[in-house]
Ligand binder design. Structure first.
Ligand SMILES: *Cc1c(COP(=O)(O)O)cnc(C)c1O
Length: 217
């Protein structure tokens, strides 16, 4: 079933868009199955859970952190992940940079945008993204490469489209400002219900879990 689902999703993803398999709560053997079908990037939400899976699977896939990261877990996160998609504060940037220096690693990061400006939600408000980016660029061990957004949780995926569009516009604006001085190329948007819309709006990383593995318990 995982294999059929995975191939079905891949068919719907055009060239130039990469699939991040969102695997929170899934077992090592489920993840191994999807890797054997050709999955290249595994997205995990929690450092501890990712650590256990990483110890079993290692570098057979690339690992993206797609959940909120607490500063005090930065030390463990930098060892496992190949990209942090959820950079959402200067405090976290500072902690990540410090831990990366210790292990001599340059960490690709995406700034998570709270694209609907929801009060309780993680992510940087759209109007603060350029300011944060400017500061993040001062950290020599972080490499900002683009934006990530969840968008609001709405009953219909089509209703998320304006927030994907808004994130894309911000992404393009920053690209225009920095030009070739910044390798600004990742736009991570869209999940099982919304990845097709996200791709139409310019996403080139989509994070899909349920449509591959089935419903989470
Ligand atoms: C769980 C999760 C996904 C995948 O969601 P599905 O609806 O299971 O496809 C994508 N992004 C983030 C940040 C997630 O936590």
């Amino acid at each position: 079933m995982i294999e059929d689902n995975f191939r079905n999703i891949l068919k719907q993803i055009p060239e130039g868009v990469e699939l991040v398999v969102a695997s929170k709560s899934r077992t090592v053997s489920e993840i191994e199955e999807v890797i054997s079908c050709g999955a290249k990037i595994i997205g995990e939400n929690y450092v501890k859970e990712a650590e256990e899976k990483f110890n079993a699977i290692g570098n057979r896939a690339r690992w993206h952190l797609i959940g909120h990261l607490q500063k005090n877990k930065a030390k463990f996160a930098v060892k496992i992940f190949d990209m942090i998609e959820t950079l959402d504060s200067m405090e976290l940037a500072s902690a990540l940079d410090k831990e990366c220096k210790k292990i001599n690693k340059i960490m690709p990061v995406l700034i998570e945008v709270n694209s609907a400006s929801e009060p309780q939600k993680a992510g940087v408000l759209p109007e603060n993204v350029e300011g944060i980016l400017k500061e993040v660029l001062k950290f020599s061990n972080l490499k900002p490469m683009g934006l990530m957004t969840m968008g609001p949780l709405l009953d219909e995926p089509e209703k998320i489209r304006p927030f994907f569009k808004k994130t894309r516009e911000l992404f393009d604006k920053i690209k225009a400002i920095y030009g070739n001085s910044l390798e600004w190329k990742c736009l991570s948007m869209g999940m099982s219900d919304s990845f097709r819309i996200a791709i139409e709006e310019g996403a080139n990383l989509v994070r899909v879990g349920t449509a591959i593995f089935g419903k989470r318990q």
